[in-house]
Design a protein around this ligand. Sequence first.
Ligand code: NAD
Ligand code: MG
Length: 381
Amino acid sequence: MKIAILGSTGSIGTQTLEVVRAYSDELEVTALAAGSNVDLLEKQVREFHPKIAALWSKEKADELRTRLRDMDVRVVSGMEGLLEVATVSDSKVLVTAIVGMIGIRPTLAAIEAGKDIALANKETLVCAGHIIIPIAKEKGVSILPVDSEHSAIFQSLNGERHNKISRILLTASGGPFRGKTRKELENVTVEDALKHPNWSMGQKITIDSATLVNKGLEVMEAKWLFGVEYDDVEVVVQPQSIIHSMVEYEDGAVIAQLGTPDMKLPIQYALFYPNRRYLSGDRLDFSILNQITFEKPDMDTFEGLKLAYEVGREGGSLPTVFNAANEYAVDYFLKGRIAFLEIYEMIKSCLSAHTKIEKPSVEDILNTQSWVEDYIKSRYK
Ligand code: NAD
Ligand code: MG
């Protein structure tokens, strides 16, 4: 099977390539896209021989093209490049391992071109789920979750499609600041926020895990992927990240997927679905593992989750404002320009200044993102 990857140099992208390497007799890479890492993308092209390689910046793409003169590969750049990778003629699946709502246009283009989507890029679904899901249905393409919680839910729905779900129980680790008070969060540093207790991931999602915005985005992601209402998605803090999520049915039965934290499992489940494949690595050892604990999320301190439920319920362009504001806020926080709790302030300030659009088109979504950018730039000089 031939696959294309958006974001091949990142955390999910490189782990996807590890899966390809382990199953090179079954999987083949036909196009790769990344942001700016020329060295790593060059290595990846030399190892996996895609037909197309894309880098976001034109200068970096030019450099890559020069370096790869001896190879038979087309090097492209910018949004055009992402669209080319997303729709490359011979791919069956697009793995969206790119970060942020930049993924919206390429994901839609891939669906239009009939590609199945192995979806890690949750921001795209949060902003444009109301457009993506109907088009995917119309085109008959599958959207297979890569996010570990959604993969767990997907696995817990196996053979149960005709049965009524009463609740989705979305588990959360609680992040590095679980149990902290607002006061204690005032002075946390970027370094503290980047220390996730259980997962090693890209910087943006790691900060989102510390604010619980990630869990909020995941609640919206679950709504779109599984066609449920917000009242039917409950977040359960499970600090050890062993239960990756659960589904409760109308008879009260709860089905869960458990395992050690390893993103290669959901990645390869999405690529080989409905089949499972051997994955090396640690197994859960129930003789050592003596407890799995649960807590309620603290939504007053970690407002990101509460805000996400609110914007999700309101719908329209509000999830886009929430997500776009968070993307800029996280960037500002990582650059040391704002404090941790100001991430929430920035999101709230954008939400209250915004005039809601009921059913935003792709253009409305991208315009809303530009509005958020301008608004933040004018307020936080
Ligand atoms: P990352 O920062 O490690 O990687 C992001 C990738 O996107 C990189 O290859 C980067 O070069 C590329 N990229 C960024 N901007 C680009 C642009 N303008 N053009 C082309 N490429 C661009 O991020 P990640 O942790 O791998 O996360 C990727 C997505 O997967 C996110 O949406 C995240 O929420 C989701 N996700 C990640 C994990 C995880 O374990 N890392 C788990 C669940 C979901
Ligand atoms: Mg997740």
